[in-house]
Design a protein around this ligand. Structure first.
Ligand code: FAD
Ligand code: MLT
Ligand code: ZN
Length: 487
């Protein structure tokens, strides 16, 4: 009766029999979607690799409405799947079977922007881009930025502890979120948003447990977040790196840290194949000359945020001279206007979208020590060629947040292919563990990666995760089948 589709693997999942089955009596037709056509986009993830079979999407507007819904589900044993912008990349945001989807789409009100403290308080369904536009009117900036900013919700960002493009400069959400309002599975409201403060050491900081908890422990309904001053001057440099070795890319990063120092706001890298993907699939031309691009294996995107354009340009000049002195760059482009600025960013930000156009995307998000970071891509390519997989896959590429030691390794093929999948997993997780990395740097575990948790966490840590889950969600109704590994 309940079908679910996970094109990427054959997880032997069974619907938990203790969950009730939804009936018409369970809801009034008020702010909900229950016709098959409008449910489709809520049931399927952004990568189109996981599809659930929910029969109902609820769209509360207020915390009290959300609390009433959760109380009801708790009493009736109905499982739920919290959903924000549905841009998650690990299959966590869509139901597996018939869980009721509760979307934050209508919880999109800004509550307050405190001018003295620069703390923004809002409902969890606010779209990240809208928040950034809003705070920019008060010369502030959101402390996080990601390619999905036009659709992801701040509640989804907090639930995944999203990293993104500015973490290097402004730090993680674990530091920037100063208060949360969370509705627990029984409908109880846990509020730390009432007095958001920079400093508060009154016992345990309970909100931290919800940041990155992927909808397992509670439903985030409100967020208070610290917004830094918006930089008066933002500059962007695209470097075509010299040489075939990734060690040169690391040297460029080290030079950027020294020369750009406190104004460095992002350091991203992409390899030759990534640049080719955005050209072939999204029609974004490589801005360097053919002579440079033919020789270039890696590109670095370096952004600065500062209060003073003149001194920023002086620092960039010094950075450039050091690259030439050390022979690290083939060429550099400094964005001269807004159009060039956003064009250069789009080369990096649109890689994810470009890859989906190849067909199937095997997506990995790995933390590794810097000097090992690209070896994984090299070893996977080697593994493919040793196993005659050349004709099966389309691309094997590496890009990511080099400034945070976070590699995005992606493989694509026309359709999902078991042979490719088996060459990738568990090999690359074993490789990551051996090299002291983490199997999920920023995307989380969701449905796809939950069973690999032991490559990065000890048995004891996972046991305490289970105990916390039971404490906050004793009936296991919140986002079931995900994040925690199967027994
Ligand atoms: P969803 O996808 O809807 O949900 C994600 C998870 O959070 C699910 O488990 C869901 O159940 C849970 N959840 C959602 N809302 C709530 C809530 N209010 N309360 C409790 N649980 C909730 N991620 C990065 O970290 N860095 C990046 O640079 C980055 N770039 C991306 C670029 C693109 C083009 C895309 C498509 C994705 C990218 N992502 C990135 C992944 C994704 O955008 C982030 O994980 C984002 O934070 C998810 O937000 P969302 O609102 O879409 O959440
Ligand atoms: C990114 O940094 O572009 C995102 O995390 C998405 C991806 O991994 O492709
Ligand atoms: Zn990323």
């Amino acid at each position: 009766k309940f079908s679910f589709l996970i094109q990427t693997r054959n997880l032997a999942l069974k619907r938990f029999p203790n969950y009730s089955i939804l009936t018409d009596k369970d809801y009034r037709k008020n702010r909900c979607l229950d016709d098959v056509n409008s449910l489709d986009s809520y049931n399927e993830d952004w990568l189109k690799s996981c599809k659930g079979n929910s029969k109902l999407v609820l769209l509360p507007k207020t915390t009290l409405e959300l609390s009433e819904i959760l109380k009801y589900c708790y009493a009736k044993n109905l499982a739920i799947c919290p959903q924000g912008g549905n841009t998650g990349l690990v299959g966590g945001s869509v139901p597996v079977f018939d869980e009721i989807i509760i979307s934050t789409r209508l919880m999109n009100q800004i509550i307050k922007l405190d001018e003295e403290s620069s703390i923004l308080s809002c409902q969890s369904g606010c779209i990240l881009q809208n928040l950034d536009d809003y705070v920019s009117q008060r010369s502030l900036i959101m402390p996080l930025d990601l390619g999905a900013k036009g659709s992801c919700h701040i509640g989804g960002n907090v639930s995944t502890n999203a990293g993104g493009l500015r973490l290097l400069r402004y730090g993680s959400l674990k530091g920037n979120v100063l208060g949360l309002e969370v509705v627990l599975s029984n409908g109880e409201i846990l509020n730390s948003m009432n007095v958001p403060l920079r400093k508060d050491n009154t016992g345990f900081d309970t909100k931290q447990i919800f940041i990155g908890s992927e909808g397992q422990l509670g439903f985030i309904s409100g967020v208070s977040i610290l917004c830094p001053p918006r930089p008066r001057a933002a500059n962007l440099i695209l470097v075509a790196c010299n040489g075939k070795s990734f060690q040169n890319v690391i040297q460029i990063f080290k030079t950027a840290k020294l020369e750009l120092n406190e104004i460095l706001s992002a350091f991203e890298f992409m390899d030759r194949e990534s640049m080719r993907a955005v050209k072939e699939n999204s029609n974004l031309e490589n801005p360097f000359s053919i002579e440079v691009s033919e020789k270039c294996d890696f590109y670095c995107l370096v952004e600065t945020h500062s209060s003073d354009e003149e001194s920023a340009l002086r620092k960039i000049e010094n950075f450039y001279s050091k690259l030439s002195e050390k022979d690290l760059g083939l060429d550099c482009i400094v964005a001269e206007n807004k159009t060039q600025f956003s064009y250069i960013w789009s080369l990096r930000e649109r890689i994810a979208e470009s890859l989906t156009k190849d067909g199937h995307n095997y997506k990995y998000d790995i933390s590794l020590p810097l000097n090992k970071m690209y070896d994984l891509v090299i070893d996977i390519r080697k593994r493919f060629s040793e196993n005659d997989a050349k004709n099966y896959f389309r691309r094997c590429i590496g890009y990511g947040h080099l400034g945070d030691s976070n590699l995005h390794l992606n493989v694509t093929s026309e359709k999902y292919d078991e042979k490719i999948f088996k060459l990738l997993e568990p090999f690359l997780y074993e490789w990551t563990m051996k090299n002291n990395g983490s199997i999920s740097a920023e995307h989380g575990l969701g449905l796809k990666k939950k069973n690999y948790i032991y490559y990065s966490k000890t048995k004891e840590n996972v046991e305490y995760m289970r105990k916390l889950k039971k404490l906050f969600d004793p009936k296991l109704l919140l986002n079931p089948y995900k994040t925690l590994p199967d027994f």
